[in-house]
Design a protein around this ligand. Structure first.
Ligand SMILES: *Cc1c(COP(=O)(O)O)cnc(C)c1O
Length: 353
């Protein structure tokens, strides 16, 4: 049976990428596996350099003073690392969901954090707008896409201070002026590759301004100086991320995939809005094109719907425990056809009920 993988993360990868990656596990360099060669060998150094270059190329940030790094510890480590490297006096954070909240909690270990705005009181159903960013703070932090709640920032503020953004769940999914951001980070396992590496894209000129001593492995400058090879990098995760970026480039880059992502989002949201059995969770104008969150209007239909979903080969649509209901994650690698299958099941439920 054809499977349709709506998992929020780790999540769907392009099938050809998985096949190429499998081949590299068996034979990457004249009979040696990718998993057993030195990370300092030329074949792997080439992979790392290509991955770093592709990340900047896809984001349109080549030659603009940015460096790309592939680090470990997930996006969760970035919550601390951003603060260690950039926080001197005070920083402003936009609180739009569980991940923003965690980023704030970690940064508060180091210093005072000011929440410029929050939608916590409304269970993060919307994105706050019209807030002010103090111009004498060290940086402003936001989360571009709220994976759990299914909201997404559509219009980024013109920040008077360096802007840091957690793009874990929508990196490479839509065109933006990425030069508005001074530091972008993204755990690979949502929209870029397997779990195990985190992409960090940082404008070098914002570094080196804090007075604290930073442990080497937490220091962006050290990683930049060592070309993202300060310690043994997660070779497999970097390789698969590189393959995914190559695949994306071959499709025409972010602008091309954005069109597909919009089609997928439109398909599912129009079903959610037209089908009386379903209710969208997020405010319409802030809906994510990556993670669509919705609930059943009548919980009694849950068993029937869940069975139909399973029979159609659909997996991974259970909502996060803090939201309930359903979440369809439609990352870059997901074909429109899979969203079509889910929508067919939703309308079939309406006919049956
Ligand atoms: C999944 C996720 C994280 C956490 O990523 P880890 O790699 O598991 O640490 C952080 N931010 C966002 C927006 C996420 O979706």
């Amino acid at each position: 049976m054809k499977r349709h993988n709506f998992s929020a993360g780790p999540s769907i990868l392009n099938r050809e990428v998985i096949e190429k990656a499998s081949q590299a596990v068996l034979d990457f360099d004249n009979g040696l596996s990718l998993l057993e060669i030195s990370h300092r060998s030329k074949p792997f150094v080439d992979v790392m350099e290509k991955a770093r270059a592709l990340a900047l190329e896809l984001l349109g940030l080549e030659g603009k003073g940015y460096k790309a790094l592939f680090l470990q510890g997930g996006a969760s480590t970035q919550f601390m690392m951003v603060a260690l490297n950039l926080l001197e006096k005070r920083a402003g954070y936009l609180n739009t969901g569980t991940w923003s909240d965690k980023a704030i909690k970690e940064a508060r270990i180091f210093d005072d954090i000011y929440e410029v705005a929050s939608s916590k009181d409304a269970n993060y159903t919307y994105i706050p707008k019209g807030y002010d960013i103090p111009n004498d703070y060290d940086y402003f932090h936001c989360t571009s896409n709220n994976t759990i709640f299914g909201t997404q920032i559509k219009q980024f503020p013109d920040s008077p201070i360096p802007m840091v953004c957690d793009m874990s769940s929508d990196i490479f999914s839509r065109t933006l002026d990425f030069s508005k951001f001074d530091l972008i980070y993204a755990g690979a396992q949502k929209n870029m590759g397997p779990a195990g590496t985190t992409l960090v894209v940082v404008k070098e000129s914002i570094l080196g301004k804090v007075s604290r001593k930073i442990p080497s492995i937490m220091d962006y400058k050290v990683h930049i100086d060592k070309s993202s090879m300060f310690n043994t990098p997660p070779v497999f995760a970097v390789y698969v991320s590189m393959l995914t970026m190559e695949w994306l480039k071959s499709l025409g880059g972010i602008a091309a995939i954005e069109k597909e992502n919009e089609k997928k989002a439109q398909l599912i949201y129009s079903e959610i809005d037209l089908n009386p059995l379903f209710k969208g969770f997020a405010t319409k104008e802030d809906r994510s094109i990556m993670n669509a969150t919705f609930t059943l209007a009548n919980e009694d239909l849950k068993e029937t719907f869940d069975t139909m979903v399973k029979e159609a080969g659909i997996s991974g649509i259970n909502g996060h425990r803090s939201v309930g209901g359903y979440r369809a994650s439609m990352y870059n690698a997901m074909p429109l056809e899979s969203v079509g299958t889910l929508v067919d099941v939703m309308s079939e439920l309406e006919r049956k009920a």
